[in-house]
Design a protein around this ligand. Structure first.
Ligand SMILES: Cc1ncc(COP(=O)(O)O)c(C=O)c1O
Length: 376
């Protein structure tokens, strides 16, 4: 049997990983500023994480949501505390797309409406409704085309207001990334997020903050959206939540009242997933990782802004986009194959940095030195 060949692969096999480093099968060491696509939040094979998962595996790895799982309650309490949303409610699932799918469904159940506002450049996942609100026709199969989705330009308050004025009583939800990841590290402005909040309030629509990539402490705030100073109704999260163990969730405002059967999933919130989620939050708290993300991120952004070859540096904390001119398109590949540094990318020419939140300044300097050599 062959693999279904959907991923363009680098010819590298990773056999060992620790902190912000990984090693390949030939024992070549790499600096990981990609974090396996923003997933590694507390560093690879963190000892507390490994111990918590291993201990749990020796007790019980999985049982379904037909029984009480106290680890879910512990995770909800910890998440409420670390995220600062103590009165929100947690629904656990398995991936970012599934989190968004459930958030959109929840919104529609809540106000009985069908239309969704999403934004140009958005990426929300590949399942049916998540892909329908993703601005990439290439990955939307005919069966996923959805006439209820309205795409508007990001940060255009006038377009948003006009859409609400015309169709406000049909709009179930507005879904937005705090910082677009796949779209090239593009920030939603404070005033735009505030406008979404006030229009959703005025028209009883649901504000969904997709924090799958920009959330979980990456920008120095738990949810990137919160820098606008207004709460969303629903936050979706995944990636960094389990440091590699598949776990996702949605944090739901108190005004939503659940009913049995409204949402559900077999694997969501299983014992191992919750142990991974708890280990991540415990390390984040104990080691002040949000503060580190903010500080090392600010340091990197400041230094990167000094390179005159760079068109623009975007992002906050450890979610950074470096837009390069076409003649420097080779830099990402050379970072990997010459300097052994993993980074992410966005089309056409943006290098994305999405490292673990405990990245050190020494690691940041190693990257800056390699970058300097390549752009000069
Ligand atoms: C902002 C955002 N939302 C949703 C998703 C989908 O997450 P998953 O791949 O876990 O389904 C992604 C994945 O890159 C993402 O960046």
């Amino acid at each position: 049997m062959n693999l279904f060949d959907v991923y363009p692969l680098n010819d590298i096999e990773i056999t060992k990983a620790l902190g912000s480093n990984v090693w390949d099968a030939k024992n070549q060491k790499y600096l990981d500023l990609y974090g396996g696509h923003a997933v590694i939040s507390i560093g690879h094979t963190h000892p507390h994480y490994v111990k918590r998962l291993t201990d749990q595996l020796h007790k019980v790895g999985f049982y379904s949501n037909s029984v009480k799982i106290p680890l879910q309650v512990q995770l909800a309490e910890k998440l409420g505390q670390v995220s600062g949303k103590k009165d929100f409610q947690l629904f656990l699932c398995n991936s970012g797309a599934e989190a968004n799918e459930n958030a959109l469904k929840l919104a529609s159940f809540y106000n009985g409406r069908k239309k969704i506002i999403a934004f140009h450049g958005a990426f929300h996942g590949r399942t049916s409704l998540a892909v329908a609100v993703t601005d990439n026709p290439k990955i939307i199969a005919p069966v996923n085309e959805n006439a209820n989705v309205i795409f508007l330009p990001l940060n255009n308050e006038v377009a948003l207001e006009e859409t609400f004025k015309a169709q406000g009583d049909e709009i179930a939800a507005v879904i937005i990334e705090g910082i677009q990841g796949v779209g090239g590290i593009k920030e939603a402005s404070k005033s735009f997020l505030q406008k979404i909040r006030s229009l959703c309030d005025a028209y009883n629509a649901v504000y969904i903050a997709d924090s799958v990539q920009c959330g979980y402490g990456r920008t120095g705030l738990f949810y990137a959206h919160d820098y606008a100073g207004v709460d969303a109704d629903v936050y979706t999260m995944a990636k960094g939540m389990g440091n590699g163990f598949p776990i996702a969730g949605i944090s739901i405002a108190p005004k939503f009242k659940p009913w049995h059967g409204e949402l559900g999933t077999t694997f969501g919130g299983n014992h191992l997933a919750c142990s991974a989620g708890l280990a991540v939050l415990e390390v984040m708290e104990q080691d002040n990782l949000m503060q580190n993300a903010e500080e090392v991120g600010r340091y990197l952004i400041e230094k990167l802004n000094k390179f005159e070859q760079v068109i623009e540096v975007r992002g906050r904390g450890l979610m950074i986009g470096i837009e390069l001119p076409a003649e420097l398109a080779h830099v990402k590949k050379e970072l990997l194959f010459t300097h052994h540094i993993f980074t992410g990318e966005a089309k056409p020419n943006v290098i994305r940095l999405l490292p673990a939140l405990n990245l050190s300044k020494t690691h940041a300097d190693a990257f800056l030195e390699a970058f300097r050599k390549l752009v000069n």
